[in-house]
Design a protein around this ligand. Structure first.
Ligand SMILES: C[S@@+](CC[C@H](N)C(=O)[O-])C[C@H]1O[C@@H](n2cnc3c(N)ncnc32)[C@H](O)[C@@H]1O
Length: 267
């Protein structure tokens, strides 16, 4: 099995466990498997969501079971989503950012969540039905291979702490570019993790990759991948230190992992 396929299987296994546990499984427990700060291991998903930028009223307005505390920012605060917009959220998990966007785009708009893990999709679809969201759809897809959405059809793409989990970030950004509307109408607003030092492909630890650590790029390489995919006006909206890792045998210095929120436009 190729390293990439093995990693994808492991990501799905880990996020399936988290979906089943409903957010009560701590991110940094020995089972590992999701993007989280040390704090997320001891606080509730709601508290950890507030820590990364969600406000109380956003969180109260959506199905509580969609809040798993897996994000590293809050892209929707920067997205300026409007009534009638078509929004796609990549790596939508149990649907937190999809339901927030759904409340804004209302019945004339539409929100599509895309995720690779069946258990996450099942959970998100269950709460779509229970809470009667008519402008929401969840689709299965690997965002680095093919986002299951038409070319040039989307106003806003959001994503929260997901793209670091993909192997080829530029390919993922090219897929995002493909689905956005052209001529400055389509925008990507994402939150993700970047690192002070990348890990060589041969030294990657698969558990650390699934925990959003070993797949991170430096900020310069991350921004470079976005630009190479064709985006213009690439702008950092927010940047915070997320965690500092202890040195290990692969590092001579502590690695810092930061959370950044970025906006980029398809001209
Ligand atoms: C850290 S969680 C974030 C979930 C959600 N954005 C949130 O903030 O709650 C990462 C999510 O991305 C999904 N994922 C990972 N790799 C993916 C890929 N290549 N394509 C689609 N989804 C992916 C996982 O299944 C998981 O639901």
């Amino acid at each position: 099995m190729s390293k990439q396929l093995n990693r994808k299987n492991k990501i799905q296994e880990q996020y399936e466990k988290i979906a089943m546990a409903g957010g009560s499984l701590s991110c940094c427990s020995s089972s590992g498997g999701c993007c989280g700060t040390a704090e997320t291991a001891v606080v509730s998903p709601i508290e950890s969501s507030k820590t990364v930028g969600y406000n109380q009223s956003n969180l109260e307005s959506i199905p509580q079971s969609s809040i798993l505390g897996l994000g590293c920012g809050n892209p929707s605060t920067f997205a300026h989503i409007k009534e009638g917009d078509v929004v796609v959220d990549l790596g939508s998990g149990a649907g937190i950012d999809v339901f927030i966007a759904s409340n804004i785009v209302k019945e004339t708009g539409k929100v599509i969540g895309v995720d690779i893990t069946d258990a996450m999709l099942d959970k998100a679809r269950k709460y779509t039905e229970i809470h009667g969201y008519h402008n929401v759809e969840f689709k299965k897809g690997d965002i680095e291979e093919k986002i299951p959405v038409d070319d040039n059809s989307v106003d806003i793409v959001t994503s929260n702490c997901v793209i670091n989990l993909t192997t080829n970030k530029e390919k993922t950004f090219r897929e995002i570019y493909r689905i956005l509307k052209p001529k400055g109408k389509g925008k990507m607003i994402i939150s993700d993790l970047v690192t002070s030092k990348e890990i060589d492909a041969d030294s990657v630890n698969i558990d650390n990759w699934c925990s959003c650590i070993d797949g991170t790029l430096t900020k310069e390489n991350y921004m470079g991948s976005i630009k190479k995919a064709g985006f213009t006006n690439v702008e950092i909206l927010d940047e915070k230190l997320y965690m500092e890792l202890e040195e290990d045998e692969r590092d001579q210095e502590k690695r810092q992992i930061s959370s950044i929120s970025i906006r980029a436009v398809k001209e």
